[in-house]
Design a binder for this molecule. Structure first.
Ligand code: PRP
Ligand code: ZN
Length: 300
């Protein structure tokens, strides 16, 4: 096996809603990379990890075909491709291995604002435009609805105006696209967020080691996102109450304070967002010298 094959390849969306966040996340995992002139390839300088920047719709197939070992992509795309493989009598050779908790959006059926809608039965014998034929077919079957699915590869939202469909089934994030086209959501079909998928092709030990390391670092990055390190002074007598008030922290470190037998210093990692109210409550319980610091890295 040559050395090139020992490098991990991660497929990332080239330009779109997931791009910046995906690259930022990988940088936080310690990856430094240089981008090729055509901006389609990022070479990892400090780890054997390279990025391929591609259309999001292509990511599941690239991972399934073992061109890439990992991919960062929306669950909507993963599920659509999984169903397409299944409908063709096959199986996508990839597994979802990690949820990234960003890129939250959902696939929804939307109707022209003026049209009446009275539950899924209103979809019976209508035409629905979508790029997500697999997920929509599945949804309609589960709801016993017969409808014509009109495939659009993009700009689905204009289908009703063109007279090509009665409804659309498309991805909704902010909702701006729907309202700009006088459409309103009537059914949620599928909830999505960014996930990591991994090829089912066997990896060399070295590659497997790096994949495990990347996933562990991603986990660390996600865990610290809302975490804060809190330091405060507390009267010994109030320790139980103060510990109870610390959000998402089970075992604070309690340190004696020189020359202050009745007081201790308390240090704790809080794994939930720390609100001003929490600090005010801690102060009311007797805490003083409160400090809240960001947590940069964490390895459980
Ligand atoms: C989706 C969808 C809409 C838009 C909705 O496209 O097709 O056009 O996003 O987002 P909004 O609710 O914030 O307006 P996407 O960016 O995924 O492009 P793609 O389908 O070409 O990948
Ligand atoms: Zn796309």
């Amino acid at each position: 096996m040559n050395t090139k094959e020992q490098r991990i390849k991660i497929a990332v969306q080239k330009s779109g809603r997931l791009t910046d966040h995906s690259l930022d996340l990988l940088e936080r995992c310690g990856l430094k990379f240089t981008q090729s002139k055509d901006q389609l390839f990022c070479y990892g300088e400090n780890m054997p990890v390279d990025l391929l920047l591609v259309r999001d719709d292509d990511i599941p197939a690239l991972v399934s075909d073992d061109v890439c070992d990992l991919g960062i992509v929306g669950l909507n795309v993963v599920e659509e491709k999984r169903l397409q493989f299944e409908n063709n009598g096959g199986e996508g050779q990839f597994d979802r291995v990690f949820q990234l908790d960003f890129g939250h959006c959902h696939l929804a059926i939307a109707a022209p604002e003026a049209a009446s809608y009275d539950g899924v039965a209103s979809l019976q014998n209508t035409r629905i435009a979508t790029s997500y034929t697999g997920i929509l077919t599945d949804f309609l079957a589960r709801n016993n609805i017969q409808a014509e699915i009109v495939y659009f590869s993009g700009a689905v939202e204009i289908a009703p105006k063109l007279g090509r469909a009665d409804f659309v089934c498309d991805l909704v994030s902010s909702g701006a696209t729907l309202s700009a086209n006088q459409l309103r959501e009537v059914e949620t079909v599928f909830e999505s967020e960014a996930v990591v998928i991994q090829t089912r092709a066997p990896l060399s030990d070295l590659k497997q080691e790096w994949v495990a390391r990347i996933l562990q670092r991603l986990d660390g990055v996600l865990q610290v996102r809302e975490s804060k390190y809190i330091m405060l002074h507390a009267p010994r007598a109030a320790l139980a109450e103060i510990t109870r008030l610390l959000p998402g922290s089970e075992f604070p470190t309690v340190i004696p304070l020189e020359g202050q037998p009745d007081k201790v210093a308390v240090h704790a990692v809080c794994r939930e967002f720390v609100f001003w109210e929490t600090l005010e409550n801690l102060k009311s319980a007797g805490a003083s010298s409160l400090l809240v610091l960001p947590v940069e890295k964490m390895l459980a």
